[in-house]
Design a protein around this ligand. Structure first.
Ligand SMILES: CC(C)(COP(=O)(O)OP(=O)(O)OC[C@H]1O[C@@H](n2cnc3c(N)ncnc32)[C@H](O)[C@@H]1OP(=O)(O)O)[C@@H](O)C(=O)NCCC(=O)NCCS
Length: 174
Protein backbone atom coordinates (compact mmCIF):
# COMPACT_ATOMS: atom_id res chain seq x y z
CA UNK A 1 0.00 0.00 0.00
CA UNK A 2 1.42 3.39 -0.97
CA UNK A 3 0.44 6.90 -0.08
CA UNK A 4 -3.08 8.13 -0.81
CA UNK A 5 -3.66 11.85 -1.20
CA UNK A 6 -7.08 13.31 -0.48
CA UNK A 7 -8.52 16.66 -1.52
CA UNK A 8 -12.04 18.09 -1.24
CA UNK A 9 -13.26 16.31 -4.38
CA UNK A 10 -10.57 13.75 -5.19
CA UNK A 11 -8.50 10.83 -4.01
CA UNK A 12 -5.11 10.19 -5.61
CA UNK A 13 -4.13 6.52 -5.26
CA UNK A 14 -1.03 4.62 -6.40
CA UNK A 15 -1.90 2.89 -9.67
CA UNK A 16 -2.69 -0.83 -9.40
CA UNK A 17 -3.24 -3.66 -11.84
CA UNK A 18 -6.95 -3.42 -11.06
CA UNK A 19 -6.86 -0.05 -12.87
CA UNK A 20 -6.02 -1.84 -16.13
CA UNK A 21 -9.26 -1.17 -18.03
CA UNK A 22 -9.38 2.48 -16.99
CA UNK A 23 -5.71 2.97 -17.83
CA UNK A 24 -6.30 1.36 -21.22
CA UNK A 25 -9.23 3.68 -21.87
CA UNK A 26 -7.17 6.76 -20.87
CA UNK A 27 -3.92 5.87 -22.60
CA UNK A 28 -5.49 4.88 -25.93
CA UNK A 29 -7.64 8.03 -26.14
CA UNK A 30 -6.38 10.14 -29.08
CA UNK A 31 -7.86 13.35 -27.68
CA UNK A 32 -5.94 12.93 -24.42
CA UNK A 33 -2.73 12.14 -26.34
CA UNK A 34 -3.03 15.08 -28.75
CA UNK A 35 -0.07 16.98 -27.27
CA UNK A 36 1.72 14.01 -25.73
CA UNK A 37 4.27 12.01 -27.70
CA UNK A 38 2.52 8.68 -27.35
CA UNK A 39 1.50 5.80 -29.58
CA UNK A 40 -2.17 5.22 -28.70
CA UNK A 41 -2.24 1.88 -30.50
CA UNK A 42 -1.64 -0.22 -27.42
CA UNK A 43 -3.20 -3.48 -26.32
CA UNK A 44 -4.17 -4.49 -22.81
CA UNK A 45 -0.96 -6.47 -22.30
CA UNK A 46 1.16 -3.40 -23.13
CA UNK A 47 -0.83 -1.26 -20.71
CA UNK A 48 -0.41 -3.95 -18.05
CA UNK A 49 3.36 -3.85 -18.56
CA UNK A 50 3.24 -0.06 -18.33
CA UNK A 51 1.42 -0.25 -14.98
CA UNK A 52 3.96 -2.76 -13.66
CA UNK A 53 6.77 -0.44 -14.73
CA UNK A 54 5.38 2.79 -13.26
CA UNK A 55 4.37 1.09 -9.99
CA UNK A 56 8.10 0.76 -9.32
CA UNK A 57 8.60 4.53 -9.10
CA UNK A 58 6.07 5.00 -6.25
CA UNK A 59 4.72 8.31 -7.56
CA UNK A 60 2.24 7.30 -10.25
CA UNK A 61 -1.27 8.03 -9.01
CA UNK A 62 -4.73 7.51 -10.42
CA UNK A 63 -7.09 10.43 -9.85
CA UNK A 64 -10.54 9.44 -8.63
CA UNK A 65 -13.63 11.42 -7.75
CA UNK A 66 -15.07 10.73 -4.31
CA UNK A 67 -18.82 10.68 -4.79
CA UNK A 68 -19.43 8.84 -6.98
CA UNK A 69 -16.05 7.09 -7.00
CA UNK A 70 -14.80 7.24 -10.58
CA UNK A 71 -11.40 7.02 -12.26
CA UNK A 72 -10.87 10.31 -14.10
CA UNK A 73 -7.16 10.44 -14.94
CA UNK A 74 -3.60 10.13 -13.71
CA UNK A 75 -0.86 12.28 -12.25
CA UNK A 76 2.77 11.39 -11.72
CA UNK A 77 6.14 12.56 -10.54
CA UNK A 78 8.80 10.93 -12.69
CA UNK A 79 12.29 11.42 -14.12
CA UNK A 80 13.32 11.74 -10.50
CA UNK A 81 16.80 12.85 -9.47
CA UNK A 82 17.25 12.35 -5.75
CA UNK A 83 20.67 14.04 -5.76
CA UNK A 84 18.89 17.36 -6.33
CA UNK A 85 15.39 16.27 -5.26
CA UNK A 86 14.12 17.03 -8.75
CA UNK A 87 11.08 15.52 -10.48
CA UNK A 88 8.98 16.13 -13.55
CA UNK A 89 5.22 16.23 -13.28
CA UNK A 90 2.88 14.60 -15.78
CA UNK A 91 -0.94 14.59 -15.78
CA UNK A 92 -3.87 13.66 -17.95
CA UNK A 93 -7.63 13.70 -17.56
CA UNK A 94 -10.35 11.92 -19.47
CA UNK A 95 -12.03 14.51 -21.72
CA UNK A 96 -15.41 14.39 -19.96
CA UNK A 97 -13.77 15.54 -16.70
CA UNK A 98 -11.81 18.45 -18.15
CA UNK A 99 -12.78 22.09 -17.68
CA UNK A 100 -14.01 21.66 -14.10
CA UNK A 101 -10.89 22.60 -12.13
CA UNK A 102 -10.26 18.99 -11.11
CA UNK A 103 -6.70 18.76 -12.42
CA UNK A 104 -5.79 22.06 -10.73
CA UNK A 105 -6.96 20.49 -7.47
CA UNK A 106 -4.90 17.34 -8.13
CA UNK A 107 -1.75 19.27 -9.10
CA UNK A 108 -1.94 21.50 -6.01
CA UNK A 109 -2.31 18.40 -3.84
CA UNK A 110 0.61 16.55 -5.40
CA UNK A 111 2.85 19.63 -5.14
CA UNK A 112 1.98 19.92 -1.48
CA UNK A 113 2.79 16.23 -1.02
CA UNK A 114 5.99 16.45 -3.11
CA UNK A 115 7.41 19.44 -1.25
CA UNK A 116 6.16 18.81 2.26
CA UNK A 117 6.22 15.02 2.55
CA UNK A 118 8.24 13.42 -0.22
CA UNK A 119 11.28 15.69 0.06
CA UNK A 120 11.32 17.22 -3.43
CA UNK A 121 12.80 20.70 -3.91
CA UNK A 122 12.07 21.50 -7.55
CA UNK A 123 9.48 20.24 -10.05
CA UNK A 124 9.37 20.83 -13.78
CA UNK A 125 6.65 20.36 -16.35
CA UNK A 126 7.35 19.83 -20.05
CA UNK A 127 4.39 20.81 -22.17
CA UNK A 128 3.66 21.41 -25.85
CA UNK A 129 3.61 25.14 -26.67
CA UNK A 130 0.11 24.77 -28.19
CA UNK A 131 -1.30 22.89 -25.21
CA UNK A 132 -3.20 25.91 -23.92
CA UNK A 133 -5.15 24.12 -21.18
CA UNK A 134 -1.95 22.64 -19.78
CA UNK A 135 -0.15 26.01 -19.83
CA UNK A 136 -3.10 27.73 -18.14
CA UNK A 137 -3.19 25.05 -15.49
CA UNK A 138 0.54 25.33 -14.75
CA UNK A 139 0.37 29.11 -14.47
CA UNK A 140 -2.76 28.90 -12.31
CA UNK A 141 -1.02 26.74 -9.71
CA UNK A 142 2.19 28.80 -9.64
CA UNK A 143 4.61 27.33 -12.19
CA UNK A 144 6.84 29.82 -14.03
CA UNK A 145 8.25 29.48 -17.52
CA UNK A 146 11.90 28.42 -17.37
CA UNK A 147 13.54 30.93 -19.68
CA UNK A 148 16.39 29.67 -21.83
CA UNK A 149 15.89 25.95 -21.20
CA UNK A 150 14.80 23.83 -24.13
CA UNK A 151 13.92 20.22 -24.77
CA UNK A 152 16.61 19.11 -27.19
CA UNK A 153 14.39 16.30 -28.47
CA UNK A 154 11.41 18.50 -29.32
CA UNK A 155 11.51 22.23 -30.07
CA UNK A 156 7.72 22.49 -29.59
CA UNK A 157 8.09 21.75 -25.89
CA UNK A 158 8.27 24.55 -23.34
CA UNK A 159 9.39 24.02 -19.79
CA UNK A 160 7.82 25.31 -16.59
CA UNK A 161 9.25 25.00 -13.10
CA UNK A 162 8.29 25.53 -9.50
CA UNK A 163 10.44 25.22 -6.42
CA UNK A 164 9.53 24.61 -2.85
CA UNK A 165 10.02 28.22 -1.79
CA UNK A 166 7.87 29.58 -4.63
CA UNK A 167 5.16 27.08 -3.81
CA UNK A 168 5.15 28.12 -0.17
CA UNK A 169 5.03 31.75 -1.32
CA UNK A 170 2.10 31.11 -3.60
CA UNK A 171 0.12 29.51 -0.78
CA UNK A 172 0.78 32.54 1.43
CA UNK A 173 -0.72 34.83 -1.16
CA UNK A 174 -3.85 32.81 -1.86
C1 LIG B 1 -4.04 19.53 -19.41
C2 LIG B 1 -5.35 19.14 -18.75
C3 LIG B 1 -5.11 18.20 -17.61
C4 LIG B 1 -6.04 20.40 -18.23
O1 LIG B 1 -7.30 20.03 -17.71
P1 LIG B 1 -8.33 21.14 -17.21
O2 LIG B 1 -9.56 20.43 -16.79
O3 LIG B 1 -8.45 22.21 -18.24
O4 LIG B 1 -7.55 21.77 -15.98
P2 LIG B 1 -8.11 22.40 -14.68
O5 LIG B 1 -8.45 21.37 -13.70
O6 LIG B 1 -7.09 23.39 -14.28
O7 LIG B 1 -9.45 23.11 -15.08
C5 LIG B 1 -9.43 24.41 -15.56
C6 LIG B 1 -10.71 24.73 -16.28
O8 LIG B 1 -11.82 24.41 -15.44
C7 LIG B 1 -12.56 25.62 -15.21
N1 LIG B 1 -13.07 25.51 -13.85
C8 LIG B 1 -14.35 25.24 -13.51
N2 LIG B 1 -14.47 25.17 -12.19
C9 LIG B 1 -13.25 25.43 -11.66
C10 LIG B 1 -12.75 25.50 -10.34
N3 LIG B 1 -13.54 25.29 -9.30
N4 LIG B 1 -11.44 25.76 -10.16
C11 LIG B 1 -10.61 25.98 -11.20
N5 LIG B 1 -11.04 25.91 -12.50
C12 LIG B 1 -12.36 25.64 -12.71
C13 LIG B 1 -11.59 26.74 -15.45
O9 LIG B 1 -12.25 27.93 -15.79
C14 LIG B 1 -10.80 26.18 -16.61
O10 LIG B 1 -11.54 26.28 -17.79
P3 LIG B 1 -10.96 27.12 -19.04
O11 LIG B 1 -9.72 26.41 -19.50
O12 LIG B 1 -12.08 27.07 -20.00
O13 LIG B 1 -10.63 28.47 -18.49
C15 LIG B 1 -6.29 18.44 -19.76
O14 LIG B 1 -6.54 19.32 -20.82
C16 LIG B 1 -5.74 17.13 -20.27
O15 LIG B 1 -5.81 16.10 -19.64
N6 LIG B 1 -5.20 17.16 -21.52
C17 LIG B 1 -4.70 15.95 -22.12
C18 LIG B 1 -3.41 15.46 -21.49
C19 LIG B 1 -2.31 16.50 -21.53
O16 LIG B 1 -2.13 17.20 -22.53
N7 LIG B 1 -1.56 16.57 -20.44
C20 LIG B 1 -0.49 17.54 -20.28
C21 LIG B 1 0.79 16.94 -20.68
S1 LIG B 1 2.10 18.06 -20.32
Amino acid sequence: MGTKISTDKLILKPVELSDLQNMYYLRTNPQVAKYIERDVNKNLEEIKQFIELVRKNNFYFTINTIAPSEFIGTITLWNIDRSTNYAEIGYELLPQFQGKGLMSEAVKAILDYAFNEAGFEYIEAYTHRENITSKKLLERVGFKLVVGKIDEDNSDIIIYGINKIEKEGSIDHE
